[in-house]
Design a protein around this ligand. Structure first.
Ligand SMILES: C[S@@+](CC[C@H](N)C(=O)[O-])C[C@H]1O[C@@H](n2cnc3c(N)ncnc32)[C@H](O)[C@@H]1O
Length: 333
């Protein structure tokens, strides 16, 4: 073999580097690159297959595929997956890989680290025992009954991850799929029968300051009015025990989020209930979805985005419920 044959050609170098570079590209750039040569076409196709076969990119226990791209040829929706809420990124998140073997998860240092309670505060329950009712075990966390709020054990407790009072901390455990429809775009659907009361998923995304949330909402409204992009900015208010104070939580799942960003609105309240979950040792509550009734396989999962009375954007609602107001609610950020 002579020297020239031993040296890798530019084609070899390109095919070696492409699997590492192409997952960083957003869809439009990926398709442009795919048109340049056969090698890049093959790599781009495998990135697209990875993206569309599991929106969570192995972050959840079960894959969550995109279905029915036949509606408009979009095989997936592009965003960075985070299984739990994170502090907002300041760098350009659109340049993080998506659909590669490198998982592209946020820097763990940015995930909210729970504060650890003092030893006296720690829950000493035996919640890991499956033979006894949680209330009988005397779990102080599960007995903390606050309307509209669930209290789970957490890092401030002595019990371990097998504890039964950590229902919303195990990630998505039911089979779900993301289905494209003509009028509402992507929507989250059940891919199995789900019993009423079962935990579905957290609403995960970037935790924003109110100032940043207002700024982004203006941007999103502008994009939505030109039909360019849908957004997933959720504002939740927690009434504090004092009764005269309210804490506001802004979660933006538009660019970085989890499957909850695909849940569409229904004027009749849908089949999901939104619950704030606090866990012992964690600084902030998390917003979680539970099935508000039994849900059949293939049914779409929906909840109410709020009251549409004060909407000024005028976007049409296609929830199809008998009490549909015809107009989508708009959050006043
Ligand atoms: C959180 S996203 C839900 C996922 C979205 N359908 C998508 O394709 O990414 C919210 C957006 O979905 C659309 N949407 C949600 N519910 C809808 C409904 N009932 N009727 C029409 N559009 C809806 C609106 O464009 C809204 O801004």
């Amino acid at each position: 073999m002579n020297n020239i044959e031993k040296k890798p050609t530019w084609i070899h170098r390109l095919s070696n580097a492409a699997p590492y570079i192409l997952p960083y590209l957003p869809p439009a750039e990926l398709s442009a690159v795919a048109l340049t040569c056969k090698t890049l076409h093959l790599v781009a196709r495998s990135v697209t297959v990875a993206r569309s076969s599991d929106a969570s990119r192995n972050s959840e226990k079960l894959p969550i595929p995109f279905i029915n791209s036949a509606v408009d040829g979009h095989p997936y929706a592009y965003f960075i997956y985070t299984p739990t809420q994170i502090i907002s990124f300041t760098d350009d998140a659109s340049r993080r890989p998506w659909g590669s073997f490198s998982d592209g998860r946020p820097d763990p240092g940015l995930v909210l680290s729970p504060t650890v309670n003092s030893v006296e505060d720690r829950c000493l329950c035996e919640c890991e025992r499956s033979d006894v009712d949680l209330d009988l075990l005397g779990c102080p966390c599960s007995r903390r009954k606050v309307p509209g709020l669930i209290w789970e054990c957490g890092s401030g407790c002595m019990c371990g991850p097998g504890c039964r009072n950590r229902v919303s901390q195990s990630g998505v455990s039911v089979r779900l799929k993301i289905v494209r429809s003509v009028r509402k775009g992507w929507g989250l659907h059940a891919d199995q029968f789900i019993k009423g009361g079962e935990f579905i998923c957290e609403y995960a995304g970037e935790l924003l300051t109110t100032k940043e949330a207002r700024k982004r909402q203006l941007e999103y409204d502008k994009l939505a009015s030109s039909g360019k992009r849908t957004s997933a900015l959720l504002v939740v208010r927690e009434h504090l025990p004092s009764g005269n104070a309210c804490m506001r939580i802004n979660i933006d799942a538009t660019r970085i989020g989890n499957v909850a960003r695909f849940i569409n609105h229904s004027c009749d309240g849908g089949n999901l209930s939104t619950v704030l979950v606090r866990s012992s040792g964690a600084l902030l509550p998390r917003v979680c979805f539970f099935a508000s009734r039994d849900i059949l396989k293939d049914e779409e999962l929906t909840f109410s985005y709020g009251d549409s009375g004060s909407n000024t954007t005028g976007s049409k609602c296609f929830c199809g419920s008998s009490c549909c107001s015809g107009i989508m609610p708009s959050e006043h950020t």
